[in-house]
Design a protein around this ligand. Structure first.
Ligand code: FAD
Ligand code: NAP
Length: 502
């Protein structure tokens, strides 16, 4: 049965972001042949999102230890009267990507692609092949005409519904940089619905460590985040310390081995699936850092050891989502809890309980492109009134959210991390699949894909790196670096998930 709900006349949809999530969202919405106006706003000059390769900047912004995204990436002030032309913005927006020269994909192509189009080849491809894939995806679906490039969403404020009892609409304040005139043009547009596909790997996270702020102030170029790492050639004969042991920490360490002064030091909080019993040749393992001593340049570790001769520290400690455009005052609440790391009042990581005309695609940490596809189709079917079953009542959505918050907190996991090995990914995909439902023989719209045996086999068996250790070492340093909160139930952290690197 299709619900064909009529009280939500959604005809115009703005998609924010033209990365992989925006690409498949645009395709899913177009396939409905229902919406009058679909636009994809992208702040960069091209499609591709994280797969755009940026060379610079030569002098990256200083790290901000312990700061959360809303402190690092605050909103711009919107001019009073719109439309308006202003001098170009110079505030850092973290829109550069973190790709480095030698980066290849880490997920087999059959599991990384969308269901209707394979990568040019596989299983693991250079970064530019993924960029070409996303660019082509827009062209193949003829959704490139929806693109509005060089255009940043700077403010998102709710508007009243256009019909009594309907969904609220949205006012978007947009800023387009005109590179020829070197000015910013500001204007407003309204849409019935908005999908946020803005990614979550652009604002760097660097943990608080005593003395780090003073250390960077004293030697500004000595500490960088992996976001700004580009090539081993910049580190020839340098003594380098890597912090972190997830994908960036591991991959950048290996990339650097050919150029740096050995040993390369790597500070690890926990082991990963690809660690053996000891470090690879040329690398020395260190525990977490307890203190930087700015005057001497000494870096002290949890086991009491120290390093005095480090030229560059590279923090490979991940990223945090950022929604500087969310106008909490106009919208009556915050969208995201930056300290807890989760969307507030969300359902299935995709819907917002109190904003039924706002959708999210791409926030969970899970099998990437395929999950974007399930989310995008579910939203497109819902807003076209062709979803297979009624959306769960708001009280039950809230119950789902509370149960997940409690479960993930108990298990010391992040709310939006959806593991593969424990079946959560399949359960979540299954929910989105059932909600969207199958199309009718002569109907419009995109059908959610089958999660085929070949995809599942590839996820479980095709590995970019050998996995001798599978991450079974308990987080030995967690207490030392202050990540264990008093009221947490400590559970033994078992093997890291097969897709923990994603
Ligand atoms: C270095 C790196 C390597 C990775 N390697 C892999 C891999 O090998 N395999 C894998 O499966 N996944 C990998 N990932 C994960 C990757 O994030 C996903 O594969 C996927 O490409 C993310 O797509 P997205 O569209 O959700 O986000 P993004 O690609 O980040 O796209 C979001 C887009 O939104 C735009 N945007 C943001 N804010 C605004 C705004 N206010 N206004 C307008 N536009 C805005 C951004 O400019 C960006 O283009 C990697 C991630 C990184 C950082
Ligand atoms: N295709 C590729 O080859 C490639 C290369 C680079 C990055 N990527 C992608 O980029 C994304 C981000 O990966 P990432 O490795 O940058 O980030 P990440 O996966 O979030 O890893 C962050 C790392 O920082 C450590 N860390 C966090 N807080 C810490 C603290 N307070 N003290 C000490 N250590 C701390 C974490 O340790 P714990 O594990 O103990 O929490 C983890 O090792 C992923 O999608 C990844 O797949 C892909």
């Amino acid at each position: 049965m299709m619900t064909g709900s009529t009280e939500k006349p959604i005809r115009s949809v703005a998609i924010i972001g033209a990365g992989a999530a925006g690409a498949v969202t645009a395709a899913a919405f177009k396939a409905e042949h229902y919406f009058d106006r679909i636009r994809v706003y992208e702040r960069r000059e091209t499609t591709g999102g994280v797969w755009i390769h940026d060379v610079g900047p030569r002098h990256p912004p200083q790290v901000q230890p312990g700061s959360v995204a809303f402190e690092i990436d605050p909103p711009l002030k919107v001019p009073d009267n719109l439309p308006q032309q202003t001098d170009p913005n110079h505030q850092e927006r973290y829109s550069h990507t973190s790709l480095y020269e030698n980066l290849t994909t880490n997920t087999p192509d059959i599991a990384m692609c969308f269901s209707d189009q394979r990568f040019a080849y596989g299983p693991f491809v250079p970064h530019y092949v993924t960029k070409q894939y996303i660019d082509n995806y827009f062209a193949q679906h003829k959704t490139d005409s929806f693109l509005v490039l060089n255009t940043t969403l700077e403010d998102l404020s709710k508007l009243p519904p256009s019909t009594p009892g309907g969904f609220n609409r949205w006012k978007l304040t947009l800023r387009k940089h005109d590179p020829v005139l070197d000015v910013d043009l500001w204007w407003e547009e309204t849409y019935d619905a908005v999908v946020l596909a803005t990614g979550h790997y652009s604002v760097p996270y660097v943990p608080y460590v005593p003395g780090l702020k003073e250390y960077t102030a004293k030697s500004p170029d000595r500490v960088i985040h992996s976001k700004w790492y580009r090539s081993p050639s910049l580190f020839t004969n340098k003594r380098v310390l890597i912090i972190g042991n997830s994908t960036s920490g591991h991959d950048i360490s290996l990339d650097l081995l050919s150029s740096v002064k050995l040993p390369l030091s790597q500070s690890r909080r926990s082991s990963s699936r690809w660690d053996g019993n000891g470090p690879p040749q040329g690398i020395e393992w260190k525990p977490v850092i307890t203190e930087y001593i700015p005057d001497s340049g000494r870096i002290v570790f949890a086991d009491g050891s120290y390093l005095d001769d480090i030229d560059v520290v590279i923090y490979c400690t991940g990223y945090q989502p950022s929604f500087p455009f969310w106008n909490a005052e106009n919208n009556g609440r915050e969208l995201y809890d930056y300290r807890a790391g989760r969307l507030l009042r969300n359902y299935q990581h995709t819907f917002l309980q109190d904003f039924p005309s706002l959708g999210m695609v791409g926030l969970p940490r899970v099998l990437t492109f395929r999950s974007f596809e399930y989310q995008a189709i579910a939203l497109a079917r819902y807003w076209a009134g062709r979803e297979w079953s009624e959306l769960t009542p708001v009280w039950a959505q809230a119950k789902w959210e509370q149960a997940r918050a409690e479960k993930t907190r108990r298990e010391r996991r992040k709310f939006h991390d959806i593991p593969w090995d424990n079946g959560e990914t399949e359960e979540w995909f299954g929910w989105l699949y059932r909600f969207a439902g199958l199309g009718s023989l002569s109907g419009d719209g995109r059908v959610p894909p089958v999660l085929g045996r070949d995809v599942v086999w590839a996820v479980e068996n095709l590995k970019k790196y050998p996995e001798p250790g599978k991450g079974d070492e308990k987080s030995a340093n967690a207490e030392l670096d202050g990540t264990v909160e008093e009221d947490w139930v400590i559970v033994v952290r078992e093997e890291k998930d097969s897709l923990a690197f994603i």
